[in-house]
Design a binder for this molecule. Structure first.
Ligand code: SF4
Length: 142
């Protein structure tokens, strides 16, 4: 059973102590959650993570096609490749965790996820997924 406690985030939780203490209003990193070691997610967030990835990709297409923006504005408004890659990786890792379960376990997770999405107060009991560490170091070196 997961023992992690944190403050809710749309697609996971934040366990950064000062932000948790501030009820989610004290992020020291401008809410760059998928690139932050304090972010955790689990299979119950998979639909939201997928929807978020779709939104980022749609935004990028829309921005690329927009003719009314200066280059600097387009660049600043465009989501980074690193963020998109990080979300894809998180989704893949959660899906990999799910694929390692039996059909019964997957069904239990599905049922728990339905409940969690209504209440967001219960842990699934699976290990939480953190952002990929190797990518974090690579990104910060550039
Ligand atoms: S960026 Fe990190 S510290 Fe800030 S809310 Fe997200 S997970 Fe928490």
């Amino acid at each position: 059973m997961s023992t992690l406690r944190g403050t809710p985030h749309p697609y996971g939780i934040c366990v950064e102590p000062s932000n948790v203490k501030a009820g989610g209003h004290g992020c020291p990193f401008r809410f760059r959650c998928v690139g932050c070691d304090h972010f955790r997610t689990d299979p119950s967030y998979l639909p939201v993570l997928r929807a978020y990835l779709d939104t980022l990709l749609r935004d990028c297409e829309h921005l690329a096609a927009a003719t009314e923006l200066d280059d600097w504005a387009r660049t600043e408004a465009t989501h980074s490749e690193a963020e998109i890659k990080r979300i894809r990786t998180l989704i893949r890792r959660v899906e990999t965790d799910l694929n390692g379960l039996t059909d019964d376990e997957r069904e239990q997770i599905k049922e728990a996820t339905r409940t969690l999405r209504k209440t967001r107060t219960v842990s699934l009991g699976m290990s939480d997924v953190r952002p990929p560490e190797a990518d974090l170091r690579l990104e910060r070196d550039t």
